[in-house]
Design a protein around this ligand. Structure first.
Ligand code: ADP
Ligand code: MG
Ligand code: MG
Length: 884
């Protein structure tokens, strides 16, 4: 069995395609060697050895020793060096490398092969004693830390003490003799701490390092990382052993890292940093300020006096640039490379596809199509849909100064500035005067919807990422910082205080939903760029996706925003939101408090024209695209006042006694409103409410149809159905209203009645429900609650604990639980289609805008997903990727 694959000298036994066996680093080292890129020779011990090692408690396959020896010979022949040789000693690096880059794994060990004897040989061979002893002390330090488990800072302390003794400042001030003294002290540290000397035999050193890499696959950090990122233990890591090249051999040597394009803007310009006379991770460690690679970047950098690589080493630079271009064309992807220059000679040490910002990902994908490197479909796969969020909102200019007064959670992306307001009514009042406001609340509740709508952004001092403020703000696409616990809000005084600083209502603040910062004053912003590259990528996505993308919207502003983002209809219009409006809530409350059907009908008659005009406007904006309107869903008590003051106020406003209002409140009180008198249960017990809504919908459809010339075919959705009889009773009322309105209007009315599938029972009897329902919309928010038996509003107290213990891999309210909730959806789809093959199927709720959930929706063949306006582009791209 082959356990070892060699590379270097223009050839390799592996290829980039062998990532599973060789790990990412090993596969790409092989690929580079094969394509003639200068790579120091070496070999990769496969991930299969890791699996063997893990299973057998740290032993190796029998053939391994011999295969490693052969590979070492080959490296020796290529380099003209041998392990432990007294004139030309071979030194190697030992590098881990899993299939995907994985923090938690063992760090790289450099300069392995040095010992008390070979260090002298290296000094002589290089003609540079300082270099040799510097390399040896680095080796003892790295090996001691990484392989032998000693503390890095114990070594650092020895170095610092020595520098103090000698009044030396920089590492570069130390001579060969200085390093020799330090090496003695380092070796003594090893003996003191471990009771055994630092290993002198290069082979012992090598197997020690190999064992440490394989052992690190099962260390606690790596295990946790794998669990969080769903990386199977069975993958294992590879070990790369590679001949050292030296960037620390004086001023004609250097080491650096680079991206083939700018990773933050995506510009097609080589971008990177290097250090002269340095080794390995000195660049990342920030010991010295690195220098720019290109002349252009040098001039724009903060240290333009330091020469660029282009200037300092023009030949090596030219070759490096050519190689970067070749690698990019070869991989057809932006590369992140590591290199070292040893006395003017360039060596490549790593290449992989580079991480980038959302903005860069977009630009690179589109540019590469224009350059003929990739197809439009490939471009669609190159951008992470979730990352688009960053592009759809204004962001704070990175160059702007930030006067941070507090930090909370980045609950909803985007940034906004405005006057501080502490109440939703005030927010609405000021917004109507054209002012920009930030609504600041301890926490928000459904009664704050109008204030949240009016505000540019929302700041709360309590609550997490799934608090009311966070969920609603994300739905609205408004920036939100939640749970800024350092801020004290005093509603009475109209002030907020943080870190000793007090800000009054009316003063300007800025919130940054990207990082949770609260800033004093206004800050320059960058506008989102929705044309250009963004529009082109979206167009390509639209060409390949099968599922339609609709939006959840009930206000004209949201509906318009969603259309601008490319929504193809409304998948969920939550009518209850329309009743929280200050103008309407009085009539709504009157209706709820009424004792008789007549009383209720009288109040509903007042609501009808308002509701109708809402729908006319939505239908007009949607211009013939489908619109699904859900009948009233929440329990009625949500519309009623809570505090004694409010009760008093409301009682007089709607003209009933306080006692009567209180009695009604008591009647409506429920132990568990989520499972209480809500959804279709309201329509069953108060059919006049559903009738009013149906009338408003049909009359609006007639009117909007006339006005726009686009016939409107509304979809009426009945929530929380668990029994076919519920649906039939409510549907009969709707059909009757349709008939009446059709007669009145003297025209036929086309419409569909369907149901929101959000109870497990509804999924299980979907075949029966489909006898009456023209469409299903999976309401996976409630379906998640009812499947798990978890109330989302009460989950905050234990969900963090659950997540900390990895009981949930992801929050099931953010990404659909495919195993449980998804299985129910699948049953619902199959049984629904059994009865009605052409039944329209969609999903609404948070999951409709979540890429992983969207991918699942594609596999079960839903017709559309519906999500909040700002997630529409994310859904378009995710649906396209799911279809590819
Ligand atoms: P990581 O996965 O953390 O990037 P690497 O294995 O790439 O770790 O090693 C880190 C750095 O060590 C490299 O970027 C390179 O500068 C240096 N290095 C590794 N192997 C060698 C080598 N054979 N010769 C010179 N430098 C090396
Ligand atoms: Mg690396
Ligand atoms: Mg619901």
């Amino acid at each position: 069995h082959k356990w070892v694959y060699t590379f270097g000298d223009g050839a390799a036994e592996g290829t980039a395609g062998m990532r599973d066996l060789l790990g990412g680093k090993g596969a790409n080292l092989a690929e580079m060697s094969n394509s003639g890129v200068p790579v120091p020779p070496g070999f990769t011990i496969t991930t299969e050895v890791c699996t063997h090692f893990t299973k057998t408690d740290g032993t190796y396959p029998d053939e391994l020793k011999a295969q490693v020896e052969d590979a070492l010979d080959k490296v020796g022949k290529t380099t003209g060096r041998r392990f432990g040789d007294m004139s030309k000693p071979l030194l190697v690096s030992v590098r881990s490398g899993a299939r995907v880059s994985m923090p938690g794994m063992m760090d790289t060990v450099l300069n392995l092969g040095l010992n008390d004897d070979t260090v002298g040989a290296l000094a002589e061979d290089a003609g540079d004693a300082r270099f040799a002893y510097d390399s040896y002390r680095r080796f003892i330090q790295m090996y001691g830390d990484v392989v032998m488990g000693l503390e890095h800072h114990d070594f650092e302390a020895i170095l610092e003490t020595y520098k103090d003794e000698k009044s030396l400042n920089l590492d570069t001030d130390l001579t060969a003799d200085d390093w020799q003294t330090i090496i003695e002290r380092y070796k003594q540290l090893v003996v003191d701490q471990l009771g055994k000397p630092f290993p002198q035999d290069p082979r012992d050193q090598l197997w020690g390092a190999i064992g440490a890499v394989f052992g690190s696959w099962m260390n606690a950090r790596a295990i946790t990382y794998r669990r969080l990122h769903q990386i199977p233990e069975s993958w294992g890591t590879a070990v790369n052993v590679q001949a050292m090249v030296f960037g620390n051999m004086g001023d004609t040597s250097a080491t650096g890292v680079a991206f083939t394009r700018n990773p933050s803007t995506g510009e097609n310009k080589l971008y990177g940093e290097f250090l002269v006379n340095a080794q390995g991770e000195d660049v990342v460690a920030g010991i010295r300020t690195p220098q720019a690679i290109t002349e252009e970047a040098r001039m724009e950098s903060s240290a333009p006096e330091k020469p660029s690589l282009e200037q300092a080493m023009p030949e090596a630079f030219q070759e490096f640039r050519d190689i970067c271009n070749r690698l990019e064309r070869h991989y057809r992807e932006m590369q992140d490379v590591e290199f070292t220059i040893e006395r003017g000679k360039l060596w490549m040490l790593q290449t992989r596809s580079g991480k980038r910002t959302a903005k860069a990902a977009l630009k690179i994908a589109v540019d590469m199509v224009d350059e003929g490197l990739i197809t439009e479909e490939e471009a669609v796969t190159r951008v992470d849909p979730a990352s688009l969020d960053q592009l759809l909102h204004p962001t704070i200019d990175p160059a702007a100064e930030r006067n941070v007064v507090a930090t909370g959670l980045p609950a909803s992306p985007g940034a906004a500035s405005g006057e501080i307001v502490f109440s939703s009514d005030e927010a609405e009042r000021l917004a109507n005067q054209g002012k920009a406001v930030i609504l600041v609340r301890i926490e928000t509740s459904p009664e704050d919807i109008h204030g949240m709508h009016a505000a540019e952004g929302i700041l709360t001092t309590r609550g997490g990422m799934t608090s009311h403020a966070a969920v609603v703000a994300r739905g609205m696409g408004k920036p939100c910082v939640s749970g800024a616990g350092g801020i004290r809000v005093d509603y009475q005084a109209g002030t907020l205080t943080s870190a000793g600083k007090t800000l009054k209502a009316g003063e300007i603040i800025t919130i940054d939903g990207a990082n949770g910062q609260v800033l004093a004053g206004s800050v320059p912003m960058l506008k989102p760029e929705l044309s250009g590259d963004f529009a082109r990528l979206m167009e390509w996505a639209d060409k390949v996706r099968r599922m339609r993308v609709r939006t959840n919207a009930e206000t004209p502003a949201d509906a318009r925003a969603a259309r601008d983002f490319g929504a193809e209809g409304i998948g969920l219009c939550r009518t209850e939101h329309m009743f929280f409006d200050a103008e309407r809530i009085g009539d709504m409350r009157e209706m709820i408090v009424a004792d008789t059907e007549e009383g209720r009908r009288a109040a509903l008659d007042k609501l009808l024209p308002m509701q109708r005009s809402d729908f006319v406007e939505l239908f007009e904006i949607m211009a013939g695209l489908p619109v699904t309107i859900r009948l009233l869903d929440p329990p009625l008590h949500e519309f009623l006042p809570k505090s004694p003051e409010e009760i008093e106020e409301v009682a007089s406003a709607i003209g009933v006694s306080k006692t009567k209002l209180k009695r009604r409140l008591e009647q409506l009180e429920e132990f568990n409103p989520m499972l209480g008198h809500r959804g279709c249960r309201l329509a069953v017990s108060y059919p006049e409410i559903a009738e009013m809504q149906a009338r408003a919908i049909f009359e609006a459809a007639v009117e909007a149809g006339k006005r726009t010339g686009n016939p409107v075919r509304p979809e009426i959705m009945i929530p929380l159905v668990g029994l076919k009889a519920e649906l039939d009773i409510v549907k009969a009322r709707i059909d009757a209203v349709a008939e009446t309105v059709a007669k009145e209007a003297g025209q036929e009315i086309q419409y569909d009645v369907g149901t929101m599938v959000e109870l497990p029972r509804a999924c299980l009897i979907a075949d029966k429900i489909a006898e009456s329902a023209h469409f299903f919309s999976f309401g996976t928010n409630d379906l998640t609650q009812t499947t798990f038996g978890i109330s989302r509003d009460d989950a905050a107290s234990f969900l963090p604990t659950y997540q900390a213990q990895n009981i949930f891999e992801t929050d099931p309210f953010v990404s659909m639980d495919i195993e449980g909730v998804g299985a129910l959806v699948k049953i619902g789809v199959e049984r629904g289609r059994q009865t009605r093959p052409d039944i329209k199927l969609g999903i609404c709720g948070e999951h409709g805008g979540d890429p992983a959930s969207i991918a699942f929706c594609e596999t079960v063949g839903l017709d559309y997903v519906s999500c909040s306006p700002f997630r529409v582009p994310i859904a378009r791209l995710a649906a396209a990727q799911a279809a590819l």
